[in-house]
Design a protein around this ligand. Structure first.
Ligand code: TXA
Ligand code: MG
Length: 314
């Protein structure tokens, strides 16, 4: 099943079943349409990156329906609780220390110890999240490097049949993406400007809020400021055998001898789903002093996998 469906109760119910079953649903929020999957299902999250053709694994925003759930997934300090009380549901996204160390969340958090959360102000989005019963990971529902869609038709133009279902809830009211504020530092930093302004945040918090502004210490775009996950052990890539002390991480049937294998069948989606979790486990394994990884084909999701392990191998 795929295509555009009017967001009535029956179709929202079907969409929630699709999310629970590991599928992809594009849905309206008050800002832009999101391409959603169960945040706890790493394979489904990998399918989001595949559908978007994103050449990198960025952390995704997890959408929740109840503001109180913030503290379930993140270490929410007074600032976060205060801002959530004032602006949620709404176009404000928090980056906070991650609370749930569940490895199933590793891909949605891109291996980082932070979690990015938002409670959207749209009845269809809220109903979908509630019915699915899980946080819904969702970037904007467009191919990488293209405009964020504000109608169901625009989602279809960009992603075609990649979502199992596109829920049509009309045009988005806000039309620009949410404000992203990093609350992992003592002074809050706006990583992406949006409908909630610096002044709105400062007035609520009673303190100065920084904007990342092109200064190398305070870069402009979320991607630039983004800290990337890296293992503490040295990682050798494009390896075909293990050197002394190395834990070898294979890919495909040629490496069935390896103690770890991202996907024995050579399935890139499975490999993406395992990547951060396996790196984390391998890094923590005291029996080895280094890591080596088999070559990953440089196509489809392999682009994002290679981007990440290249950075991690430096
Ligand atoms: O309005 C919105 O925020 C929409 C709707 C669907 O909710 N979502 C959205 O998601 O715009 P996305 O993935 O297209 O943009 C989120 C941006 C990405 O550039 C990502 O790299 C950045 O936020 N981001 C997410 N978590 C981050 C983190 N922990 N640190 C820095 N940047 C982060
Ligand atoms: Mg986007």
């Amino acid at each position: 099943m795929s295509g555009i469906f009017y967001a009535d109760e029956a179709n929202i119910k079907r969409a929630a079943m699709i999310i629970k079953a590991g599928g992809l649903v594009a849905f309206p929020t008050e800002t832009v349409y999101g391409l959603g999957a169960d945040a706890f299902n790493a394979r489904a999250v990998a399918a989001i990156f595949e559908a978007k053709g994103r050449p990198t694994f960025n952390p995704l925003i997890s959408h929740i329906a109840e503001p109180e759930q913030l503290s379930e997934y993140a270490v929410a300090d007074e600032r976060a609780l205060f801002l959530a009380k004032k602006f949620w549901p709404g176009p404000l996204t928090f980056v906070l220390p991650r609370k749930d160390e569940n490895p199933a969340l590793d891909l949605v958090c891109a291996g980082l110890k932070t979690m990015t959360l938002r409670c959207p102000n749209h009845p269809v989005a809220l109903e979908l999240i509630r019915r699915a019963g899980v946080p819904i990971a969702a970037p904007s529902a467009n191919r990488s490097q293209t405009l964020s869609p504000t109608t169901a038709a625009a989602v279809f133009d960009s992603l075609g049949d990649a979502p199992d279902m596109i829920l049509d809830g009309g045009a988005c009211q806000v039309g620009v993406e949410s404000t992203i504020v990093d609350l992992t530092t003592s002074q809050a930093v706006i990583l992406r400007a949006g409908g909630i302004t610096k002044e709105d945040l400062e007035e609520t918090l009673g303190e100065t809020v920084l904007i990342s502004d092109g200064n190398p210490n305070k870069p402009t775009s979320p991607g630039q400021l983004l800290k990337h996950y890296a293992p503490s052990k040295k990682l050798r890539i494009n390896a075909t055998s293990a050197l002394t002390g190395e834990l070898f991480i294979g890919f495909g049937a040629d490496y069935s001898w390896a103690p770890m294998n991202l996907s024995l069948t050579g399935d890139l989606r499975e490999a993406a789903a395992h990547l951060f979790q396996y790196l984390r486990e391998a890094d923590a394994n005291d029996a080895y002093t280094g890591l080596a990884m088999a070559p990953i084909p440089n196509c489809g999701l392999g682009l994002a996998i290679n981007d990440r392990i290249r950075r991690a191998s430096r």
